[in-house]
Ligand binder design. Structure first.
Ligand SMILES: [Zn+2]
Length: 143
């Protein structure tokens, strides 16, 4: 099921051009999360239809630190996006995934802080990101 929509941009979603957008955010948040929230709603609508069109009660999301998505902004944007839709009572459950890497030399796994990917155990810079770039719908609960 997971619908991976990382990398959705305004260019790919021209109908959400902020210049012509009538959604009022009060200037609190950028358009980034609004676009993502809208693509989540689209994905959930497709998934719900594929599973018989029941009412969606909960949506589980996983967002990695590297995705640059702010969870609070996304919650707020989601509320705006589902207003007056069939999903207006759906709850959003967000799991935030810290950016994590593994060292190729000593195999230590560590949390990346301030995008410093050098291994804190042995100092090697030969490390690979293991978690933290997720932007996924992980589950839907329907009734
Ligand atoms: Zn190491």
């Amino acid at each position: 099921m997971p619908a991976h929509r990382a990398g959705v941009t305004w260019a790919e979603r021209p109908w959400q051009d902020p210049a012509g957008c009538d959604i009022e955010t009060g200037g609190r948040y950028g358009v980034h999360e609004l676009g993502i929230a809208q693509s989540i709603v689209d994905s959930v609508r497709d998934e719900a239809a594929a599973h018989g069109g029941g009412r969606v009660t909960r949506i589980g999301l996983r967002i990695g630190e590297l995705s640059g998505v702010n969870a609070d902004a996304l919650r707020f944007s989601f509320q705006i996006s589902v207003q007056d839709t069939e999903f207006d009572r759906a709850e959003l459950e967000i799991e935030e995934v810290p950016l994590t890497a593994r060292c190729s030399s000593c195999h230590a796994e560590f949390r990346v802080v301030n995008f410093d990917t050098a291994c804190p155990t042995c100092g090697s810079s030969d490390t690979r990101t293991t978690r933290g770039d997720e932007l996924q719908i992980v589950f839907l609960e329907m009734e």
